[in-house]
Design a protein around this ligand. Structure first.
Ligand SMILES: NC(=O)c1ccc[n+]([C@@H]2O[C@H](COP(=O)([O-])OP(=O)(O)OC[C@H]3O[C@@H](n4cnc5c(N)ncnc54)[C@H](O)[C@@H]3O)[C@@H](O)[C@H]2O)c1
Length: 433
């Protein structure tokens, strides 16, 4: 029997597969193999839900629906959740979700997980990710989760542990590190892994751009509402911008080199921000062992030189990770699926992995990228050399159990106290100036 394949992705159309399969009458759960539970019983659609209905969440939801169209499968939005019920309802309304399935409040995610949804998209601020991800996997849902996935070392480790549980349960986990789904990056990474530039000896990764948005406190606003609205200004919510934004480039360094760094030293500072407690810029040197050093530079200040990129120098050439390669070597590189929007491609890869019963699991990669960025942030905040083992293995380290507060749990119990605006950590020992 000939199967209809998608020209762009090379995947078999599932709708066609259902129509032509001898098992037409059988539910999708039965025709999909390799995982213990794939679709809600008896459904012929993939049911998705969004937790965190903000700017990116709405984009990710649309990307997932576009991905479904691209590969010819039916994707339906069945529930939404947001801290603010009005936002959950606003998004739900766009996709015909019944109001009773648009949940608000700190426990809205739990209500979504009780529905018969197949895939949840976790797109709240990052401090909530470890708790929401663990709950989603325990509830046997496939997950798309935005980067970053934690703001402190215990959160990063919890993501890795939950990722292992997802593997055991046959659940797919795809992260919002879309460069890993971009065909230009994938081709170059493949070539580098197969020796195109020899052994990587060093490089630079940058996210130097303008400032993001920020929100001022409204009169009478609760600490929790203020932090949720102005999350992108507080380390406790975002991890600081080295974690929240520059993580993308740090992830590329880990991916191309093949492992996370062993130490970080560096510095940073705050010059123009008015709310929150984040730095405006960081300069971090990451030691990847064996004499491999990567310089990581990030800045969020308007009117300065901009660069968002990654460059690596090897013993036999060099490469801009998503662009040009200088080498005399000829490596046979396969084609990779390449939707023009890598944020749609990552959703295509997620859905295809579920359909094939070969679930992708990106939990460790994105957790390691998050921990790399957290290691850089701690190095800059304290002025100390920070080791990977301080965050991952050495429970005697002062940073192993560093928990940023308020925690996700505090938001659920109502014990939220906002850190003061405009007070930042000063590196080194505290001495009179
Ligand atoms: N991959 C990318 O390129 C990319 C781009 C932008 C943002 N992001 C990531 O997406 C995430 C969200 O960013 P955004 O720009 O959409 O922010 P946003 O503020 O626009 O949206 C966040 C939403 O989550 C809601 N929320 C907060 N706490 C919640 C909770 N406990 N339960 C339910 N809902 C909650 C907020 O009310 C808000 O509607 C962040 O992790 C960010 O880093 C990724």
């Amino acid at each position: 029997m000939e199967k209809k394949t998608n020209k762009k992705t090379g995947e078999v159309s599932r709708r066609h597969f259902i129509k032509t399969s001898a098992a037409t009458a059988v539910s999708l759960a039965a025709i999909s193999s390799g995982t213990s539970r794939i679709f809600a019983a008896g459904s012929d659609k993939i049911r998705i839900a969004l937790i965190g209905c903000g700017g990116r969440g709405n984009k990710d939801l649309k990307s997932c629906l576009d991905a479904g169209k691209d590969i010819g499968i039916d994707v339906e939005v069945v529930a939404t959740a947001d801290w603010f019920k009005s936002k959950a309802e606003e998004t739900g309304q766009k996709y015909g979700v019944a109001k009773k399935r648009c949940f608000g409040g700190a426990d809205a995610y739990k209500k979504v997980l009780k529905t018969n949804v197949d895939v949840v998209l976790l797109v709240t601020p990052p401090n909530f990710r470890p708790v929401h991800f663990e709950a989603a996997i325990k509830a046997s849902k496939h997950v798309f989760m935005e980067k970053p996935v934690a703001v402190d070392p215990p959160g990063g480790r919890r993501i890795i542990e939950t990722g292992e549980l997802a593997k055991k349960k046959g659940l797919a986990v795809v992260a919002g590190t879309q460069r890993r789904h971009d065909s230009n990056y994938r081709k170059n990474q493949y070539a580098v892994e197969h020796g195109a530039i020899g052994r990587i000896k060093g490089g630079c990764v940058w996210w130097c751009g303008g400032q993001l948005w920020y929100k001022k406190r409204e009169p009478g606003e609760s600490d929790a509402d203020y932090l949720v609205r102005n999350w992108v200004s507080f380390s406790e919510m975002s991890g600081d911008h080295i974690v929240e934004q520059h993580l993308h480039n740090l992830d590329v360094a880990n991916w191309f080199i093949g492992h996370p760094p062993v130490t970080a030293i560096g510095f940073g500072g705050r010059a123009r921000r008015k709310t929150g407690n984040q730095f405006d810029f960081f300069s971090i040197q990451l030691d990847y062992a064996d004499d491999v050093h990567i310089h990581s530079m990030c800045r969020q200040v308007h009117g300065c030189y901009k660069r968002v990129s990654e460059h690596f120098v090897g013993t036999e050439g060099s490469v801009w990770a998503g662009g040009k390669m200088e080498t005399n070597k000829n490596i046979d590189v396969p084609e990779f699926p390449g939707h023009k929007n890598s944020s749609v491609q990552e959703q295509i890869d997620l859905l295809n992995s579920i359909l094939k019963g070969e679930p992708l699991n990106e939990a460790r990669n994105v957790a390691e990228a998050t921990l790399t960025a957290i290691m850089g942030r701690i190095a800059a905040y304290t002025g100390q050399l920070v080791k990977w083992s301080d965050l991952t293995e050495n429970s005697d380290s002062q940073w192993y159990n560093l928990v940023l507060k308020p925690t996700a749990e505090d938001f659920e119990t109502g014990a939220v106290k906002a850190p003061p605006d405009d007070i930042v950590q000063v590196p080194g020992e505290e001495k009179e100036a």
